[in-house]
Design a protein around this ligand. Structure first.
Ligand code: HAM
Length: 434
């Protein structure tokens, strides 16, 4: 059989990668603007990290983890970034070094889900984790941060759904209310929900199965059951969001698929993009008990992660193109030697340069230079080299002249800067530096 990529795992080819770079670099600078620093944690973690933190009865842990044993360690390819970040936070005793930590990350995650548009088995997340601030000011600021990022990258329509899951006491009372609500209709629920009924009835609210949806429609709202401290936090969140002018949809049915959340919970859904059932661009919330659960001190935390594949579908296919400064076309062996050295000198000056090493015909080389969007094509033929010059074709202005080979790199670099000045393109773009 022909070898293909693993189902649900995609290749990202260089042309497509340009759009990824745009989302990623915009995310990095946006996060850094808000005081976040990058954390890079391993892609493999001990399986127990996820089973304990994400929750034994979640879909992720029950059905979707890529786990295996090696050298007597039970390991799992990370299905998400929060548990690993919190583990690193505790392991490095970060709370003793600073009262508040703002971390961001970018990278691949793995879940053995049924592949569909916007749902893959290897997918990429960009996320933030904020440790040490109980909120709700920082909760609102995080949601505003995300909305600003989505606007920056051109996501046209999105809705911010928010809910509160309260703290442990509230959730315990809510759990009891849900058991009471679902008990009479238990036998009509999906098999998964019947199984989770006693252990984790909140999961039933998160089910996409129409039988569960029907039974959930009349379920009590957790927002009616918040204790005083949770209610004050929830009100504070809505007030700060109002101060920031962020419109939200209050959604008491929002529970999300991970068990570690406490109080603030949010999900941003695309309203314009064609994402089918996968309309959640991102999700997040507060997880005030995780650091302590990992053996650390009691440090509150909040975070979110967005799926880059889903953002790509939701943003305009902007014309991000690769541009090349100089294409070097050697027409003979001696020309090839000179081209190699000239290309190195150009790159040292920050000009992107490519040498055509195929030894082909001039026409084919010019076609290639054109297709790469090169600004200049430098021809290095025998007769030119013998006279100590190179021929320079400006592929945009369709002009041609000669330059002395000696000092050609500097002269070509100046020309490109002049092209940038006259066309209004910025210098980096003209040099092909992005
Ligand atoms: P999550 O809701 O499981 O939350 O995933 C966050 C986002 O990752 C989703 O909204 C979606 O955009 C993307 N995503 C999830 N699964 C897939 C998939 N199979 N294919 C493509 N994209 C996917 C978390 O992961 C939490 N760690 C978020 C968080 C951070 N909460 C607190 N801090």
């Amino acid at each position: 059989m022909e070898l293909r990529a693993v189902r649900g795992m995609n290749d990202i080819l260089p042309e497509e990668a340009l759009r990824w770079h745009y989302l990623e670099s915009t995310f990095r600078s946006h996060a850094e603007l808000h005081g976040y620093g990058e954390v890079r944690t391993p892609i493999l973690e001990h399986t127990s990290l996820f089973t304990r933190q994400i929750g034994e009865t979640t879909d992720v842990v029950e059905k979707e983890m890529y786990s295996f044993e090696r050298h007597s360690d039970n390991l799992t390819l990370r299905p998400e970034g929060t548990a690993g970040a919190a583990r690193a936070y505790v392991e490095h005793g970060i709370n003793a070094k600073e009262p508040v930590s703002r971390w961001y990350y970018l990278g691949p995650m793995f879940r053995a889900e049924r592949p569909a548009k916007g749902r893959y088995r290897q997918f990429y997340q960009a996320g933030c984790e904020h440790f040490g601030d109980p909120g709700p000011l920082c909760d609102a600021e995080m949601i505003d941060f995300i909305a600003a990022y989505l606007r920056k990258i051109g996501v046209s329509g999105f809705a911010v759904h928010v809910n509160s899951l309260g703290s442990a006491g509230t959730r315990e009372r809510y759990r009891a209310a849900l058991v009471e609500h679902f008990a009479p209709v238990r036998s009509t629920l999906s098999e998964d929900s019947q199984r989770r009924f006693e252990k984790n009835p909140l999961r039933i609210l998160d089910s996409k199965d129409p039988r569960d949806r029907e039974a959930s429609a009349s379920a009590p709202s957790i927002l009616d059951m918040l204790d005083d401290a949770d209610a004050a936090h929830w009100k504070g969140l809505l007030r700060y969001l109002d101060v920031l002018g962020v419109p939200v949809v209050i959604d008491p049915t929002l529970v999300r698929g991970l068990d570690y959340y406490t109080r603030t919970l949010f999900e941003i859904r695309a309203t314009d993009a064609d994402l089918g059932a996968q309309s959640a661009l991102l999700g997040g919330g507060r997880y005030d008990n995780m650091v302590e659960g990992l053996g650390g001190p009691k440090v509150p935390a909040i975070g979110f992660a967005m799926g880059l594949e889903r953002l790509l579908v939701s943003t305009p296919a902007s014309p991000v193109t690769r541009s090349l400064g100089c294409y070097l076309a050697p027409l003979a062996d001696i020309g090839a030697d000179k081209a190699l050295v000239l290309a190195r000198e150009l790159r040292a000056l920050g000009v992107t340069a490519e040498v055509d090493g195929r030894g082909g015909r001039l026409k084919a080389m010019l076609r290639r230079a054109d297709s790469l969007g090169a600004h200049l094509c430098v021809l290095l033929g025998d007769t030119e080299i013998a006279r100590g010059v190179v021929t320079v074709k400006n592929l945009r202005a369709h002009t041609q002249d000669e330059l002395p080979l000696e000092g050609a790199a500097r002269a070509l670099c100046d020309r490109i800067a002049a092209i940038a000045g006259s066309t209004g393109t910025d210098n980096d773009e003209a040099r092909g530096a992005r």
